[in-house]
Design a protein around this ligand. Structure first.
Ligand SMILES: [Mn+2]
Length: 353
């Protein structure tokens, strides 16, 4: 058996610079990537609660709305959507001491917040820390902890909070924040089955349950949350999946028309991609969604050692070995042609390697 290199944890001296930044700041803003997911949101909430317990003023500002199946997390800690024309929102970023970017390692990923952060950084003394686990971090911060061994940003945040507890002698988990972190880790590990789910990940999941996390509730809220509209979209999508390249590639295109016809929303497409890998011969899965603003959202999934993040990088995107994506500034028609050609080449090269 090959034991993966990951499964290590950062030492307290590796966490120290991050903890120092947080302890020195008075007002801290937490954010995550556009179209936030369980990992970004759960990590934000657990860290927000810990920082609040240390007497910090904390605001969670995200570039986009919380998806409906994660709205229950807002009962734990308020998650605000940053409005770039709202004076108060802009002022708040301008006056903050520290921005912590979670589950994203490119400045682009925090969307419309970025120009305000950049301004605050030049004009005042805003500092930026990034905590993430994606490949190839960009140098846009004062301090980046980006560890690809980690199953999730939640795993890193769990270690960070545990280290902070030891250092400050203050209890920093609550049953609610433990549930939020459990949600982060559960969603990013595909319910504890993706390759980075090391024995350590199961142990911290256990630790979170000990701290009061409620796995049954978290799972039910997140995964049993389909609207009738989303179910209709799922049905329509399943019948549109194409298996091509001798079974190696699965392909699905979701048009605005399909969304309108089923009265579903962009985030309803997120759950569909998993079906694209449900055929065992498929090595690469591609989902293209036509967005309302004319751009095209592409998501890639793969099976085994196939680095679809390299494919996503062709279009300015990124992600993990087995899950990656990008936003293309081109019509869905054009995007489909370009991607199909690339994917064909990619699939054959990668699989023949
Ligand atoms: Mn993540």
């Amino acid at each position: 058996m090959i034991i993966p290199e990951h499964g290590r944890t950062l030492t307290s001296s590796e966490w120290k610079p991050v903890i120092d930044e947080m302890l020195e700041a008075r007002h801290i803003i937490l954010t995550t990537h556009e179209n936030s997911d369980g990992d970004g949101l759960g990590s934000e909430i657990a860290l927000a609660i810990a920082l609040k317990s240390l007497g910090k003023e904390v605001t969670i500002f995200n570039p986009t709305e919380v998806p409906p199946n994660y709205v229950f997390l807002r009962d734990i800690f308020d998650i605000k959507v940053f409005r770039d024309r709202d004076e108060e929102n802009m002022q708040e970023v301008f006056l903050a001491d520290l921005l912590i970017v979670l589950d994203a390692n490119l400045h682009d990923r925090i969307g419309k917040i970025w120009p305000h952060v950049e301004f605050a950084r030049e004009m005042s003394r805003l500092r930026i820390v990034c905590i993430d686990h994606h490949l190839e971090p960009e140098d846009f911060t004062d301090l980046t902890i980006c560890e690809t061994y980690a199953s999730s940003t939640g795993e890193l945040v769990c270690d960070l909070i545990t280290t902070m507890e030891a250092q400050t002698g203050t209890a920093l988990f609550t049953p609610e924040s433990a549930s939020a972190l459990y949600a982060a880790i559960m969603t990013d590990t595909g319910s504890f089955r993706f390759p980075k789910t090391t024995p350590y990940v199961y142990r911290i999941a256990g630790l979170l349950v000990e701290k009061g996390a409620n796995p049954e509730l978290v799972y039910d809220r997140i995964y049993n949350s389909l609207t009738p509209q989303a179910l209709k979209l799922l049905g329509l999508s399943l019948s549109s999946i194409r298996i091509i390249e001798n079974g190696l590639v699965s392909w699905l295109y979701i048009s605005q028309e399909m969304l309108t016809q089923t009265e579903s929303k962009l985030f309803d497409t997120d759950l569909i991609i998993r079906y694209l890998l449900s055929v065992p011969t498929v090595k690469v899965a591609v989902l293209i969604v036509e967005m309302q603003d004319g751009r095209s959202k592409v998501s890639f999934r793969s099976r085994g050692r196939i680095f679809v993040n390299r494919l996503a990088a062709h279009y300015g995107g990124g992600g993990h070995m087995n899950a990656a994506g990008a936003l293309l500034k081109m019509s869905a028609e054009k995007a489909q042609m370009v991607i199909l050609e690339d994917v064909r080449k990619f699939a054959h090269e990668e699989i023949n390697e």
